[in-house]
Design a binder for this molecule. Structure first.
Ligand SMILES: CC(C)(COP(=O)(O)OP(=O)(O)OC[C@H]1O[C@@H](n2cnc3c(N)ncnc32)[C@H](O)[C@@H]1OP(=O)(O)O)[C@@H](O)C(=O)NCCC(=O)NCCS
Length: 412
C-alpha cells in the first residue's frame, strides 16, 4: 500500500466523499465540512490512494495522558475511514499502523482511540479500557444543593478560550488532553444545536468551568453534555445546579459520569424514575460501555514514568505485538514486541533482555497496556485476555498495580 500525507488542495473533495459515504458528513450541513477541514489541519492526516484518488483516511492528534501524577506524550487516533469502493483491502489497518508508527517515532509513549467495534484495533495491539457510565436523567431530579450564578453563554466562536479551559481542567488517572486547539474548534462546530454555558473565575477572567452541549431536540431534550470542564468539586456542583435550572423545560440530559463522582448520589429516587420511564423516549438509565482503547508505544519510556505506591516487583516480560505485520518495511518504529526485564514499584523500568532467576509474564501489548493502566487486574486479564504468568506473579502484579480507574475524559 502506498500512502502519503493528506494534501488539502488535492484531496479535500475526495476525503469529503469518504465521510459522506460513511455518514460522518450529511448533505446540507456546510459547517460540518468546515469542521472536517479544520480537524484535518490539526495533527497528522494520511491518505491511501486507489486509482489516483484518496479512498482511505487516517488521522491522529497529539496530546498527553495522565498516568497517576505524570503527563505522558500521547497520540490519539481520531479518525479512520475507508470509502465504499476500497473496503476490505487492508487499507485502514495499514494506514492506521503507519500513523501510529510515525507518532511513536516522534516520541508518543501511548496511543489511544475510540473503537467502532471490539476486535478490529486489537489487530494493531490496542487493548480495551474500562467501562464508562453514561447517565440519562431528568435534570429536575438533581438534588444538588448548590446554587448557580448567571452563566456566560458560549458558542463555537469561543473555541480558543474553551480549549484553554479544557486543557487546564482537573484531570485524574487516565485523563487525556488533545493539544491542538483546532480539535476543540472542530468539535464545537460539528455539534448538533451546540451551545455552552460557563463561568470565568480564572485569573484574568479565563474560563474556569463550563459545559458544552448538543441537543437532538432543542425544546424538551434529550441534551447531551459533550464535555464538562471544571477544576474543583465546587465548580462541578455549580455546573450541576446550572443543569438543574434547565429542568423546568428539558426532560432528559445524557452525560458521562465524571471520574471519582458517583452521579447517582445527586439523583432523587433513581430506581423509581427508572421504573416509571422504562422504554420511553425519556428513559432514566445508566449505560456502561467500554469503547476506548489504548496501547503502549514504548515500554521503557512508559515505565520510566510509572511511580507506584506498592511493593517493588521484578519479572521477565515476553511481549507480543501484532502491529509489525501491518507496517511497511521502511517503518523506523516496528512495535514493542520482545523480551524485557521489568521492575514495577516506586521507581520502575524496563530493560531489554531476560533474567533466568525471575518468573515470566507473557502478554500481548494490548493486555499489558490494560494491566499497566489499571483497566483490569492481571488475575482478571489472565482469564479473558492474552496474559499469562505464574499465580504468585499475577497476584503480586494485582497488589502493586492498584490504580484508580483510568478515565480519558475526552471523547475520541
Ligand atoms: C472500519 C473501516 C475503517 C474499515 O476499513 P477497511 O479499509 O475496510 O478495513 P481493513 O481492510 O483494514 O480491515 C477489514 C478487515 O477487518 C475485519 N474486521 C472488521 N471489524 C472487525 C472486528 N470488529 N474484529 C475483527 N476483525 C474485524 C473485516 O472482517 C476485514 O477482514 P477481511 O478483509 O479478512 O474480511 C471502514 O469499514 C469504515 O470506514 N467504516 C465506517 C467508519 C468507521 O466506523 N470508522 C472507524 C472509526 S473507529
Amino acid at each position: 500500500m502506498e500512502y502519503r500525507a493528506y494534501d488539502a488542495e488535492r484531496d479535500r473533495e475526495a476525503v469529503h466523499r469518504i465521510w459522506y459515504e460513511t455518514g460522518w458528513l450529511e448533505p446540507g450541513k456546510a459547517e460540518h465540512e468546515e469542521a472536517m477541514d479544520i480537524f484535518l489541519g490539526a495533527g497528522r492526516a494520511l491518505v491511501a490512494d486507489v486509482g489516483g484518488e484518496a479512498e482511505c483516511l487516517a488521522h491522529t492528534a497529539p496530546g498527553s495522558l495522565r498516568y497517576l501524577d505524570e503527563d505522558l506524550p500521547f497520540s490519539c487516533v481520531t479518525a479512520v475511514t475507508t470509502s465504499r469502493v476500497a473496503r476490505k483491502q487492508g487499507l485502514a489497518k495499514r494506514l492506521t499502523a503507519a500513523a501510529v508508527a510515525a507518532d511513536a517515532a516522534e516520541g508518543a509513549l501511548v496511543s489511544g482511540l475510540g473503537m467502532f467495534e471490539q476486535g478490529y484495533y486489537d489487530m494493531l495491539g490496542f487493548g480495551t479500557g474500562g467501562y464508562e457510565n453514561w447517565f440519562s436523567f431528568d435534570p429536575a431530579r438533581l438534588t444538588v444543593k448548590a446554587k448557580c450564578r448567571v452563566p456566560r453563554r458560549l458558542a463555537a466562536a469561543d473555541w480558543a478560550a474553551v480549549h484553554r479551559a479544557r486543557l487546564s481542567r482537573a484531570r485524574g488517572h487516565g485523563g487525556c488532553n488533545l493539544t491542538p486547539p483546532e480539535m476543540t474548534r472542530a468539535e464545537m462546530l460539528a455539534a448538533t444545536n451546540g451551545f455552552g454555558l460557563g463561568y470565568a473565575d480564572g485569573p484574568g477572567g479565563e474560563l474556569s468551568h463550563l459545559m458544552w452541549c448538543s441537543a437532538a431536540k432543542k425544546e424538551e431534550g434529550p441534551y447531551r453534555i459533550n464535555w464538562l470542564v471544571y477544576q474543583t468539586g465546587e465548580q462541578f456542583l455549580e455546573l450541576m445546579a446550572l443543569l438543574r435550572s434547565l429542568g423546568d423545560q428539558v426532560r432528559l440530559v445524557r452525560m458521562r459520569e465524571p471520574q471519582g463522582i458517583q452521579l447517582q448520589d445527586l439523583i432523587e429516587r433513581p430506581f423509581q424514575i427508572h421504573t416509571l420511564t422504562e422504554k420511553s423516549k425519556f428513559e432514566h438509565k445508566v449505560d456502561a460501555v467500554a469503547y476506548w482503547q489504548m496501547r503502549v508505544l514504548d515500554v521503557p519510556g512508559c515505565l520510566a514514568r510509572t511511580r507506584l505506591a506498592g511493593e517493588e516487583i521484578r519479572f521477565n516480560l515476553k511481549l507480543a505485538d501484532p502491529i509489525a505485520e501491518h507496517l511497511s518495511e521502511g517503518s523506523a518504529w516496528r512495535g514493542v514486541a520482545g523480551d524485557y526485564v521489568v521492575t514495577l514499584g516506586p521507581t520502575s523500568d524496563a530493560v531489554r533482555g531476560s533474567d533466568k532467576s525471575l518468573s515470566t509474564l507473557a502478554a500481548s501489548v494490548g493486555a499489558f497496556t490494560r494491566m499497566w493502566l489499571g483497566a483490569r487486574p492481571a488475575t482478571g486479564l489472565a482469564v479473558t485476555d492474552d496474559l499469562a504468568g505464574p499465580p504468585g506473579l499475577l497476584e503480586a502484579l494485582d497488589a502493586t498495580l492498584r490504580l484508580p480507574e483510568p478515565k480519558p475524559d475526552w471523547e475520541f
